[in-house]
Design a protein around this ligand. Structure first.
Ligand code: NI
Length: 235
């Protein structure tokens, strides 16, 4: 009777501690949803701007473009395949960035506003530290869809003054790798807070076509760092 009670006590304790451990880790079949603020901070570099294939030279051929930061609502949904491996989709409300002139195009200032959506599918490995912290690393593929490109009125009047009227901006969509690292910290057994950073390889060819058939073109490696601070929940 004594032995049996002790055995049962051990079994109960083991079950309790095992379930406590399991509460800290994610479980196979679980959905992890996170939502919060996501900032796309381009670490861009561009080619020289070309007019009909020839480097534009107003003042030594130093024309380049830059891209500013933008913050939107980010959403990630992860399906756990095991307690460590998950498949994660990153979605967001559309980002809007302003493209500005650099070098000899600096005087033009803002050239265009571009809108994009950068859905990213990643394989993510979660480390269960058992103390409420769950760091993770991931790698995946990004598709960036540029769906709205508007020439700014200031740039339009500068270009019109050069005989380049009716400027129409277009950016090629981008397909590339995405790397990430992040950290979940549990508030309770359902909710947690999260911070993450990603690097996404986003490269595009931008073109402004004009009424007279001329084209301004530039290759831009946007290659942003993407920072998120989110609240998460397990389902
Ligand atoms: Ni790149």
């Amino acid at each position: 009777m004594k032995l049996r009670t002790t055995t049962m006590a051990f079994a109960t304790a083991a079950t309790l501690s095992l379930s406590a451990l399991q509460a800290a880790a994610y479980e196979p079949g679980e959905w992890i949803v996170r939502a919060g603020a996501t900032t796309v901070a381009p670490d861009e570099s561009s080619s020289k701007v070309r007019l009909d294939g020839t480097v534009l030279s107003l003042d030594g051929g130093t024309s380049e473009v830059g891209v500013d930061n933008n913050t939107q609502i980010g959403l990630t949904v992860t399906y756990m395949l095991t307690s460590n491996w998950g498949v994660e989709l990153l979605a967001a409300t559309p980002f809007t960035h302003t493209v500005e002139g650099k070098g000899e195009l600096g005087a033009v200032g803002d050239i265009a506003d571009i809108d994009h959506l950068p859905p990213t599918l990643s394989a993510v490995y979660h480390f269960d530290l058992g103390n409420g912290f769950t760091p993770y690393v991931g790698a995946g593929l990004n598709y960036t869809l540029f769906f709205e490109e508007d020439l700014k009125s200031g740039a339009d009047s500068v270009l019109s003054g050069l005989g380049l009227t009716g400027g129409d901006v277009e950016l090629d969509n981008s397909f590339g790798i995405a790397l990430q690292a992040g950290l979940d910290y549990e508030i309770n057994d359902k909710w947690f807070v999260n911070a993450s950073v990603r690097w996404i390889d986003i490269d595009t060819d931008a073109e402004i076509g004009f009424d007279n058939g001329s084209k301004l073109t530039v290759d831009v490696d946007i290659d942003p760092f993407v920072y998120s601070v989110m609240i998460g929940r397990r389902f």
